[in-house]
Design a protein. Structure first.
Lengths: 272, 96
C-alpha cells in the first residue's frame, strides 16, 4: 500500500467530526461509463456471499476495478484496514422523473457497537446535478442513536450536504450517518452504487499518521456543527472518545473535556 | 355550492436550545391545504424563520413545546433525536 495514497490524519479527523469524506473525480470517466453500463443492464450479478473477503468480489467486472483503483483501495484501507469483509451492495436506481418526498433515515439501528464501525461507499457513476437528486447527508450524525426511518419527519437540517457532483465522485461514510435519496426531476435515470464493508482488524492508525501532531487535526476535531446546538459539548466528548479509539491513545483529550470527569483522586492527605 | 372549510398547516421548528428565541437548526413543513408533495430543500436552503418567536410574530400558533428532561442515568453521553422540537400551526380557509 502506497503510504502517500492513504488518508491523512487531518482527513481522518474530519471523518471523526462529520462522519463522511467526499472525493471528487476519483474514478476515470471511461471506467464510470463501464460501471454504469453494468448497473443499467443488470450485469452486476456476481454477488459474493455476505461476510466473504471483499477481495473476492467482482474479479472481472468494471465495478470491481472501480474499488481496486489504488486511491480508492487506500481510502478503504485507511478506514477499515486490509482484507475488509463484503457486507452488501446495491445499485440504487432513482428512475427519471421520480418524486421521493421526505425519507431521511439511518441504515442500521440494530448496530449498537460503541466505537467499531462499518463504512458505506456511495459511488456516483454519472454527473449528478442538483435536479437529479443525489444523496443528502447530514454531517455529525454518526454518534446519534436513532431507530432507522423514525427520523423521516425531519425534512431539513442546517448544514445538510447533497451529492451534487461529477461522475466518478465517491462519498465514504460511517454507516450511522443520516441520509436521504432525493427526487430525480430529470428525464434520465440516476444510479448510485452503494457498498458496505466490515473491518476484520482493529481500526487503529490504519491511515498515514505522519501529520498526527498537526494543529489542523485539533481544529478539525474541535469544529462546531451548527445543528448540534446545545448538544455540542456532548458531541465533542463522543468525538474525543472516537479519536482515542482510532489512534489507540486512551489519554487523548482537548481542553480537559474527559480529563475533568475522569479525575476522581483517591489520595488521602493527612490532616486534610 | 362550494363549502368553506378550515385546513391546517403544520410547521416543525427544531431549535438549538429550549428558548423560543434560540436559532432554528432544522425544519419540516406539512401543508394540509394542498395535495402537493413536499420536497426537501437541499443544502443551500435557509430556514423559513430564525426562531420560533419570529414565526409567532408572523402568525404561527405554537401548539407544542418540547419537554425538557435530564438524561437517563448511564446515558449522559448519548445523543439521539433532535432535542427541541416545536410544533406550530396556521389554519387556513379553503373553498371545498
Amino acid at each position: 500500500m502506497d503510504k502517500n495514497l492513504l488518508l491523512t490524519s487531518v482527513e481522518m479527523a474530519q471523518f471523526a467530526s462529520t462522519g463522511f469524506l467526499r472525493f471528487d473525480n476519483l474514478v476515470p470517466r471511461e471506467l464510470c461509463e463501464a460501471a454504469h453500463e453494468e448497473m443499467s443492464t443488470g450485469k452486476i450479478r456476481r454477488r459474493a456471499p455476505m461476510g466473504s473477503p471483499f477481495s473476492e468480489s467482482w474479479p472481472d467486472e468494471a465495478i470491481g476495478k472501480v474499488f481496486r483503483l489504488p486511491k480508492v483501495a487506500a481510502i478503504i484501507h485507511s478506514l477499515v484496514g486490509p482484507n475488509p469483509r463484503y457486507d452488501h451492495h446495491a445499485a440504487h436506481l432513482t428512475p427519471a422523473n421520480t418524486r421521493k418526498g421526505a425519507n431521511l433515515h439511518q441504515d442500521a439501528e440494530y448496530d449498537i457497537r460503541d466505537l467499531h464501525f462499518d463504512i458505506q461507499i456511495s459511488f456516483f457513476p454519472e454527473d449528478t446535478p442538483l435536479e437529479s437528486g443525489g444523496t443528502l447527508f447530514v454531517p455529525g450524525t454518526q454518534f446519534r442513536r436513532v431507530h432507522e426511518a423514525e427520523i423521516k419527519r425531519y425534512q431539513n437540517i442546517i448544514g445538510q450536504v447533497q451529492a451534487i457532483c461529477d461522475a466518478g465522485t465517491m462519498f465514504f461514510w460511517h454507516t450511522n450517518i443520516w441520509h436521504s435519496a432525493r427526487s430525480n426531476f430529470t428525464d434520465r435515470d440516476r444510479y448510485m452504487f452503494k457498498l458496505r464493508l466490515n473491518p476484520t482488524v482493529r481500526q487503529q492508525r490504519l491511515w498515514n499518521t505522519d501529520d498526527l501532531d498537526s494543529p489542523e487535526v485539533i481544529q478539525k476535531l474541535n469544529q462546531k456543527i451548527p445543528w448540534h446546538g446545545q448538544r455540542h459539548r456532548i458531541e465533542l466528548m463522543n468525538r474525543i472518545k472516537f479519536w482515542r479509539f482510532l489512534t489507540g491513545d486512551p489519554t487523548f483529550d482537548m481542553a480537559l473535556w474527559w480529563g475533568r470527569v475522569e479525575n476522581t483522586p483517591d489520595v488521602i492527605v493527612q490532616g486534610g | 355550492m362550494p363549502e368553506t372549510q378550515l385546513r391546517q398547516k403544520l410547521l416543525f421548528l427544531y431549535l438549538g436550545n429550549s428558548s423560543l428565541e434560540s436559532e432554528v437548526v432544522g425544519w419540516s413543513y406539512y401543508d394540509g391545504t394542498t395535495d402537493e408533495m413536499f420536497e426537501a430543500a437541499g443544502e443551500d436552503a435557509e430556514p423559513p424563520y430564525n426562531s420560533v418567536l419570529d414565526a409567532m410574530r408572523d402568525g404561527w400558533r405554537v401548539i407544542q413545546v418540547p419537554f425538557i428532561k435530564a438524561p437517563q442515568v448511564g446515558r449522559e453521553y448519548e445523543n439521539d433525536y433532535l432535542d427541541f422540537e416545536f410544533v406550530l400551526e396556521k389554519m387556513e380557509v379553503i373553498d371545498g
